[in-house]
Design a protein around this ligand. Structure first.
Ligand SMILES: [Zn+2]
Length: 60
């Protein structure tokens, strides 16, 4: 079976590196934790636009 390890959904915004957890929320910032596998593109992702904006600016 797949691992249950999840990653903080907003780690790119809140943390310097991915925060992994087995819980359903990030233990650091309390945000939703999502499966650590690469997420499919989700046009409804409220943070997608922010992430794309960061990439467009060439930030890490
Ligand atoms: Zn977090």
């Amino acid at each position: 079976m797949n691992s249950d390890i999840k990653t903080c959904r907003v780690w790119e915004r809140e943390h310097d590196r991915p925060v992994y957890t087995l819980a359903s929320t990030c233990p650091v910032c309390g945000a939703e934790a999502v499966n650590s596998a690469p997420a499919p593109f989700d046009p409804a992702d409220p943070y997608g636009e922010y992430r794309r904006a960061l990439r467009a600016r060439g930030q890490r």
